[in-house]
Design a protein. Structure first.
Length: 579
């Protein structure tokens, strides 16, 4: 892999540097379209791409037309996605990027002969550029894996012109059938757009190019940069594919971002020789960013959530990772610029990340892309097996999905600190590690067993809490109003409470399961009591419930005001602090 300055490459071809809006370090947001294709792919010794060519050509001809009409600043399609006939149709019909727009299109494989003829087919429409290839060596292989950058610039006569700069995959993927291993010819060049210190920079990796993205290779290119990683990958978080991200997390500063774009989940692979495969894959498409001024508000995170962009936090590295819904579609976003130069006043220099505005989904009947601005996050599918007991969770979710995750963490006593536990960067369900397993309660498309078990455990704990409270009859005086009924809730004004009685009094009831040690009860009780005290909520309105030998019990904090003991009697003298 060789990172090459795209501007110098264009200079050598007599072309001017393109002025790209996505790389302009201004205060203005830019528009981006990310294609996450539905997958029935064909993988053979001669080609990799969409299995049904007729449908695919229709789909992506229309999508490029949509991108052209919208004048989208940055359009990205994953590896092996766009048929060349779709791109040729779009160009021949005048559906090309607007001035300042960049299309980064992972295209279907093509042979060296098809590559050579491309220039002839489009010679009156566009410059077709790519690195010098060893043609004879390339002919001994079956195909190339191309990324087509499509943009407008000026030629030597200062005339407007269209350029297709093609970058080739530099490292093969090893699959069981050795389709790439035996048949792919690799390139060497990875083109870097932009100029350090003057503009934002951008470059792309094609799937297993990640193998060659070593620390020494990337280190000088992670300042004020957008990296695109386009893939057709059954396991995008496999160690080798994600190892380069650790270099990115280590060296990239606040002003760099990474966009990984894969195909949608559950790809079906049609294999020329052998049995077809159902990948049962996750999508894993994600936007990685660590701006110093990020909008962590419930309003912004919930707005993205409703559309299909889900927040998680890589806490150990202090990076935010926003995952696309795993379903297919063309995701339309607006995002703040990766870097703002000195012309942007500090008060305006807020990098608040991407905003998902719409999803276009292909309609086979109408043969067109249809807007569908809402996504299914899987929460209903999570609750369905548990039956009617989950009704209160549906009620909380209807108000705000984030509230459900806070509520279930609080009921389980899983709070990181008395003050900040409910921040989205602190909640354990929002936290991911470098392996990127997503345990979100209200985004359930990650089928990794550790994630499934985590979600189910949270719901089961709530149901057990309900049953325990229903069986409990010895309500202490300070919680006696709850004997007449209560509702489960989470409210930002009383963030440490889980219920409200019929007379409108809040209380904190949590459930810790079977036969818990006194030390475990006290550890949770101490944090919750401190949290309530700092929020000026009554500390006596706290009950830590559990079961001992199957019987419901409540632990009351010994330092809280009690209403059933004389003032000179130690509050600990309640059979070990419990009722």
């Amino acid at each position: 892999m060789k990172l090459e300055d795209a501007n110098k490459f264009l200079d050598n071809k007599g072309l001017k540097h393109p002025i790209l809006e996505a790389l302009n370090p201004s205060v203005d947001e830019y528009g981006i379209l990310l294609v996450q294709p539905r997958g029935e792919i064909e993988a053979s010794k001669s080609r990799v791409g969409n299995h049904d060519q007729e449908i695919a050509i229709d789909q992506y001809t229309k999508l490029l037309e949509e991108a052209s009409e919208r004048q989208t600043d940055l359009v990205v399609a994953p590896e092996y996605c766009i048929p060349w006939n779709s791109l040729k149709n779009a160009i021949n019909n005048g559906h090309i990027p607007g001035a300042g727009c960049l299309w980064a299109l992972g295209c279907e494989s093509l042979t060296i002969a098809e590559l050579e003829s491309l220039g002839d087919e489009l010679k009156d429409k566009a410059y077709i550029l790519y690195e010098d290839l060893d043609t004879e060596a390339a002919k001994k292989k079956s195909f190339l894996d191309p990324l087509a950058y499509v943009f407008r610039t000026k030629d030597g006569n200062n005339e407007d012109c269209l350029v297709i700069l093609i970058q080739f995959k530099t490292h093969i993927s090893i699959d069981d059938e050795r389709i790439e291993g035996d048949n792919l010819y690799c390139g060497e060049s990875v083109y870097v757009f932009g100029t350090l210190g003057e503009t934002i920079r951008l470059f792309s990796l094609i799937c297993s190019d990640a193998f060659g993205a070593k620390e020494e290779t990337l280190k000088g290119y992670l300042d004020r940069t957008i990296i695109l990683h386009i893939q057709l990958n059954p396991n995008p978080r496999q160690d080798t594919f994600r190892s380069y991200r650790e270099h990115f997390f280590k060296y990239a500063k606040y002003e760099s971002e990474l966009i990984c774009l894969n195909w949608a989940s559950n790809i079906h692979e049609c294999i020329e020789e052998g049995d077809d495969k159902d990948w049962k894959n996750i999508a894993g498409s994600a936007w990685y960013l660590r701006p110093d001024k990020f909008d962590y508000s419930d309003e912004r995170i919930n707005e993205n959530h409703s559309a299909g962009l889900y927040f998680t936090h890589l806490k150990s590295m202090k990076w935010n990772v926003m995952f696309l819904n795993y379903n297919p579609g063309a995701y339309i976003l607006r995002a703040s610029k990766v870097w703002h130069d000195e012309n942007v006043p500090a008060v305006q220099s807020k990098r608040i990340g991407p905003r998902l505005q719409d999803i276009l989904q292909w309609d086979d009947g109408n043969k067109n892309w249809i807007s569908n601005p809402k996504s299914e996050d899987g929460f209903n599918n999570l609750l369905q097996p548990f039956g009617e007991d989950t009704g209160p969770l549906n009620n909380i979710y209807a108000i705000n999905p984030i509230y459900v995750e806070r509520f279930l963490a609080l009921v389980a006593g899983e709070i990181s600190s008395p003050d900040k536990w409910h921040n989205v960067t602190e909640l354990d369900s929002f936290t991911i590690d470098v392996y990127e397993y997503i345990k979100r309660i209200t985004f359930t498309q990650d089928t990794e067993q550790v994630c499934v078990d985590f979600r189910n455990a949270r719901v089961r704990n709530f149901i057990s809490c309900c049953h325990t409270l229903n069986q409990f009859t010895k309500w202490p005086p300070e919680l006696s109003d709850l004997a007449d009924g209560y509702e489960f809730l989470w409210e930002p004004d009383c963030p440490h409470s889980t219920v409200k009685s019929k007379i409108g009094e809040f209380a904190t009831l949590v459930y810790l399961g079977e036969d818990r040690l006194e030390s475990e009860l006290k550890a949770v009780g101490d944090k919750l009591r401190t949290a309530l005290h700092r929020k000026d909520q009554p500390t006596e309105r706290l009950g830590v419930f559990y079961r001992r030998q199957g019987q419901p019990k409540v632990w009351l904090h010994p330092d809280s005001k009690r209403f059933d003991k004389p003032g000179d009697t130690s509050p600990v003298d309640i059979t070990g602090g419990e009722l």
